[in-house]
Design a protein around this ligand. Sequence first.
Ligand code: AMP
Ligand code: ZN
Ligand code: FE
Ligand code: FE
Length: 281
Amino acid sequence: MIDLHTHTTCSDGTDTPRELVNKALSQGLNVLAITDHDTTSGWNEARQALRGDLELVLGAEISCLTDDGISVHMLGLLFDEADVEMQVLLEETRDGRIPRMRKMIELMRAEGINISLDDVEAVKPIGATLGRPHLADALVRNGVIASRDEAFQELLHNESRFYVTHAAPTPVEAIRAIRSAGGVAVIAHAFASHRGKILVSDDFQELCKAGLNGIEVDHRDHSPAEREMLRAIAIEKNLVITGSSDYHGTGKMNSLGENWTSLEQWHRLESESNQRRVVKA
Ligand code: AMP
Ligand code: ZN
Ligand code: FE
Ligand code: FE
């Protein structure tokens, strides 16, 4: 089984990279990609933990914003970790998350909600990319809300009055950076309409021109109709079709390997990076 999208404690997952590699081994996965938000900080630990026949794909999920303010997540896989342009892009995106969190907290405090930046920092693992899930955890700890899931449903979703975006590259900029660092770019959960405004099929033209390699079709946030629309776009534009879990440990319902990528599609995707970068034990 091939799962190309997962998170660890280096962003908003709850398993460390080592724990995630162990879990993939014990579940008999063949290929695991680690794609934390806007960081490569889990790569070393994952490499060190690797054993057996599992193949490891190192990547990141880059938070992007279109010029129209639509939030897009771009998976970059198999890029060169030492690429300076890529690391600067990731760092700037991480930096933008701090003032954004301050603004969200200010909006909540203005309505009398008991929350502070210190509360959020206290629940976030050291070094992890700061995100709304950490704000959710702090709200749970403060007794404001019962769970991460409820926090997103009630207070933190993209249409919420408390939602604030952060500085981020456009999807085209992210694709260009991933490709020039030798990696492959796969757009994540592009039609997950319940998350807020989404792309339309015309938007894919521009992304393809920038070098997009694939579309994540099988993802729990896509309805059957959304999957079929995306599959049709991928076939029309000759893009790789992937499926993945977007596993976050106990931070989300998604279970490891609940959606997967076919061997044929994976081989094609892997061949489009500029070097063989899959890690084997
Ligand atoms: P951010 O990057 O700070 O905008 O936060 C987005 C993150 O929140 C993504 O990783 C999502 O997986 C996560 N997320 C979205 N909805 C939920 C939910 N209902 N429960 C837990 N995490 C969620
Ligand atoms: Zn996440
Ligand atoms: Fe995402
Ligand atoms: Fe994700």
